[in-house]
Design a protein around this ligand. Structure first.
Ligand code: MSP
Length: 649
């Protein structure tokens, strides 16, 4: 156990000052996917999240809500924990800064700084942004407002303790420059050096006296410790740093990845490493500042309603769909836009069409053609088989390489390459045709086997990103009690699933959604009849009765059929329309009907299509046929007693 590779990942700890919106969930969903991925690939993982409960902002908000601060905070912390439960966030520890374990250890850290001469007493006369809990100088303001959140700053004038940041500034700059992986993405590094380190780091005020919701300074109880010093320490106090039992700390620190939003980069790449240097502890390997999730109309805030409430979105569309969207839509590190339209489009395209369809049509065929008993594959050198196998065997390495660089969206793109290749494999092999020919039973079995094995590969790889989808796929593949075939290691070789396994189609993984209905119900868009544009939209694509009457639909009797030379797909069909001469049409039926089986059928026919030539053969109309979702084609026959040439309307 102990010689296992370890991986320690943290998220910021959230202010329980308001309910979280989908943008806040972004950090934690990404951290969870990373943590699950590392667990799946054999690491011993520690994933920490929690809540940042002290400070003036929270105290004021509780007062405004008319509640004792502790009660106010407890309610929101419960809500946050439920949210993480609903989004399948599998953290190993949830730290609350109001817990005794944290408070004691932070007191020790503060005392250590003081005794070491890093902290001195003085007076702070200056500006403060309470929503960001951040000190600013006049020079840093943006038109007189907080440069981070744009809100008004306050002038404060109180006795305070200060931390000698300047002592460590050069060492920090040196560390940042010699460790390119310390601040990621790399673009964020220069911003920190140029805006904060080069102009000269000012000493940081690390205590407050004008309110009391915080951890008291151990030897001077009129002061509470500055909330950022308190909060940043959580990353080590949660591991037992400063305690007799600090096994977790010794096992996991330094953190492998500290994930944060770019707005709190300064605290994590300047103050936090300096505090660690002052403690004589190693710095985290990487602080990754991801981008912001915005709305089309600007920044997210809870007042923007249902469409960004993560619990509502997860309840309505499934937490897997929400996780997929957050992880896939935005290249990790960049800003991105959240809109209900793009969310639903992803569900319909990637999840319902690509993934859901692959699973449902494969399992339908396995049941239809093999009673759900997985056939034995026959070795083949078919190029489509080779392609499917090689894409499958390449995919785990590709996913891992992207995850190692924190490119979560690219990891999903690599995974979807296999989903798409599998769908193409169905289209290329047309199992419904193989099924018509008893001599092709072996080939059909091989195709179905390969598809099921490919779905197994996909389900294994999906686990970190969308944990519920594999859970509902395993029973369909008969693998619900088979941890070995659910493991990452099982993807080293092709052919893990055993012939004879009983598979069973389950419910559709992701039913298709109606975009307009969703926008109306979730976002409150106007119902159709209320606006003209909506009426136009609804009528778009519809035809009038006159349009329909332009089509001359007839009953046609097939009198002869034969293959078109040099074509696998086309048949030349002669039909009787009750006219003097028969008509000849070219139809793409060769893979679905034998010519001799067509003769005598009465079918629907479009009699006034402009003639065209296909493969040099004249075609004077069109036979109507239905194509089912698996690509199987059936002619629309009518009762044979109907007189050829009868009009259809
Ligand atoms: N309490 C501090 C963090 C202390 S860590 C020692 C804090 N809390 S927060 O609740 O305001 O924000 C938590 C996280 O959510 C931050 O990483 C922040 O960047 C992120 N986000 C807040 N809004 C966001 C978006 N709209 N999009 C992406 N991330 C967002 O800061």
């Amino acid at each position: 156990m102990l010689d296992k590779k370890t991986f320690y990942i943290t998220t910021p700890i959230y202010y329980p000052s308001n309910k979280l919106h989908v943008g806040n969930s972004y950090t934690t969903v990404a951290a969870d996917a990373m943590a699950r991925f590392k667990r799946l690939t054999g690491y011993r993982v520690w994933f920490l999240t929690g809540t940042d409960e002290h400070g003036q902002k929270i105290q004021r908000e509780a007062e405004a809500a008319g509640k004792p601060t502790a009660d106010f905070v407890n309610e929101i912390v419960d809500w946050i924990k439920e949210l993480w439960y609903e989004l399948d966030i599998a953290y190993d520890d949830f730290i609350r800064t109001s817990e005794q374990r944290h408070k004691e250890r932070v007191s020790k850290i503060f005392t250590h700084f003081y005794e070491q001469g890093d902290i001195y007493k003085g007076k702070y006369e200056g500006l403060y942004c309470t929503p960001c809990e951040a000190y600013w100088t006049e020079r840093q303001l943006d038109e007189g407002n907080c440069p981070d959140c744009g809100r008004k700053v306050e002038l404060i004038d109180e006795e305070a303790y200060f931390f000698r940041m300047s002592r460590y500034a050069d060492r920090l700059q040196e560390h940042i420059e010699s460790h390119p992986e310390f601040i990621l993405p790399p673009s964020r590094k220069n911003e920190m050096i140029n805006n904060f380190l080069k102009p000269g780091l000012e000493d940081l005020c690390v205590s407050r006296t004008s309110f009391d919701w915080g951890i008291p300074v151990p030897y001077d109880q009129d002061h509470v410790i500055y909330v950022w010093l308190d909060a940043l320490s959580n990353y080590i106090t949660a591991l037992g740093y400063g305690d007799e039992n600090d096994n977790l700390y010794r096992e996991f620190w330094p953190a492998d990845v500290q994930l944060i939003g770019k707005d709190i980069l300064r605290f994590h790449t300047i103050y936090w490493p300096i505090f660690l240097m002052a403690l004589g502890e190693p710095l985290p390997k990487t602080v990754f500042g991801h981008g912001w999730l915005m709305l089309q109309e600007g920044k997210m805030s809870k007042s923007k309603g249902n469409a960004i409430d993560p619990r509502l979105l997860a309840a309505r569309y499934s937490s897997d769909a929400l996780r997929y969207f957050l992880l896939r839509e935005i290249p990790f590190g960049q800003d991105g836009v959240f809109s209900l339209e793009s969310f639903i489009t992803r569900i319909n395209n990637d999840l319902a069409n690509d993934l859901g369809n692959l699973v449902s049509r494969t399992l339908t065929m396995a049941e239809r053609y093999f009673d759900g008993v997985l056939p034995e594959p026959v070795s083949s050198d078919e190029s489509t088989d080779e392609k499917l196998r090689s894409v499958a065997l390449h995919a785990p390495g590709a996913v891992e390489a992207e995850m190692d660089q924190m490119k979560i969206s690219d990891a999903l793109i690599a995974l979807w390459e296999l989903v798409r290749t599998s769908n193409r494999y169905i289209d290329d092999n047309m199992p419904w045709n193989l099924a018509k020919d008893p001599e092709k039973k072996d080939r059909l079995g091989t195709v179905i086997y390969n598809l099921i094995e490919s779905i197994r590969f996909i389900a294994v790889m999906l686990q970190p990103f969308m944990p519920r989808t594999p859970e509902s796929t395993w029973p369909q593949l008969g693998l619900e009690n088979n941890p070995e075939l659910q493991s990452w290691d099982s993807l080293k070789t092709w052919g893990g699933i055993k012939p004879g396994t009983v598979v069973k189609r389950g419910e559709d993984l992701f039913p298709r959604l109606n975009m307009q209905a969703e926008l109306r119900e979730v976002r409150g868009d106007k119902p159709a009849e209320e606006t003209e544009t909506r009426e136009q939209e609804e009528h778009e694509g519809l035809i009038t009765l006159e349009d329909f009457q332009k089509v001359d639909l007839r009953v046609a009797e097939i009198v002869a059929a034969e293959k078109v030379p040099n074509s696998d797909k086309l048949l030349k069909v002669d039909v009787n329309l009750g006219e003097k001469n028969t008509r000849q049409v070219v139809a793409g039926l060769a893979e679905h009907y034998k010519p001799e089986d067509l003769t005598g059928k009465s079918v629907l026919f479009v009699a006034n299509l402009k003639p065209v030539k296909l493969r040099g053969v004249l075609s004077q109309g069109m036979l109507l046929a239905a194509t089912d979702p698996e690509g199987e084609i059936t002619l629309t026959t009518v009762d044979q007693k109907t007189t050829p040439g009868s009009r259809v309307s």
